[in-house]
Design a protein around this ligand. Structure first.
Ligand code: FE2
Length: 292
């Protein structure tokens, strides 16, 4: 029994030794399907998630119609006209997509998130250093909902809990699928949605997620998601690292260079550390903050 949650300690073996060994082989650059044992949890039912969506600040809740094209621009995404609680409770028929962000803002969800991350922490810390900024996201989506083409700044393991979805992932750090200029825009405050071209499709790796399956998604690896014919619930457990912060800051520094007419070399992917450019951006940011 876990003293913090009062529940049986299944969270501490959600992945198990075999999966942790496979995760160690692919982390931090290769997408990988893993098995997980988080089949159900009281905090992850539709009723509990409707309450969570209502309790979170509105800035942490995003939802919209789910029948979107893969390449839609963020400013073109319409409202679904419902409350977050109704959207979740009626997810089977609401034709919607919802994400509850930073679920760790509620103590019971923080305990759940940290207990899950604790299992993978030794593996990831051996490669990318201390696990930083643990964050949890829950995705609730209607049959056939689409998450448009985008990238994310976190190291991410997405656990499928209910329903099925197909995530198509493209190589991180490959300019064909996310040009350096879009990384630079993102790391200086721009949107995470990317520009989709149908010609990309043949280069994507499609991964099938069903309950009991998870996928590790590398930092900034472009992807889009298509839900199956049933409502879906997925839990994303994410973290940052010194490595990911340095890569992000190196892109931001490149944006500064590009704005001054230069054509900077893209930051290296792991195991390149990008320390020089990251340091330069941190100094610049401080100077700009002081002068502003
Ligand atoms: Fe994503």
């Amino acid at each position: 029994m876990n003293k913090m949650t009062g529940k049986t300690d299944f969270q501490s073996c959600v992945f198990g030794d075999k999966m942790l060994a496979e995760f160690a082989d692919c982390y931090p650059e290769q997408p990988k399907i893993l098995d997980h044992a988080l089949v159900s949890h009281d905090l992850l039912t539709l009723d509990a998630l409707a309450k969570l969506g209502t309790a979170l600040p509105s800035s942490s809740v995003e939802y919209n119609p789910g029948d979107l094209p893969v390449g839609i621009a963020p400013e073109d995404v319409p409202d679904n006209g419902m409350s977050i609680a109704d959207t979740i409770l009626m997810i089977e028929n609401s034709s919607s997509w919802a994400v509850l962000k930073n679920i760790e803002q509620l103590p019971e969800y923080e305990v759940l998130l940290l207990s899950l991350l604790e299992e993978v922490r030794p593996v990831l810390e051996s490669k990318t250093g201390k696990m930083l900024q643990p964050q949890g996201f829950v995705f609730v989506s209607s049959p056939n909902a689409v998450t448009p083409y985008h990238f994310d700044p976190e190291h991410n393991i997405l656990l499928q809990l209910r329903g099925e979805k197909r995530m198509t992932v493209f190589p991180a750090g490959d300019e064909r699928f996310a040009p350096a200029t879009l990384h630079e825009t993102y790391h200086t405050g721009g949107p995470r949605n990317l520009i989709w071209k149908d010609a990309f499709f043949m280069n994507g790796q499609e991964h099938h997620l069903t309950p009991g399956k998870a996928i590790f998604v590398p930092v900034m690896a472009p992807h889009f998601v298509k839900n199956g014919a049933q409502p879906s619930i997925s839990l994303s457990i994410t973290w940052r690292s010194d490595w990911s912060f340095a890569e992000a800051d190196a892109h931001a520094f490149n944006a500064w260079l590009r704005a001054r007419g230069m054509e900077p070399k893209a930051p290296g992917r792991f195991p390149a550390r990008n320390r020089g450019k990251a340091m330069a951006w941190r100094v610049l940011r401080k100077l700009q903050g002081l002068s502003g």
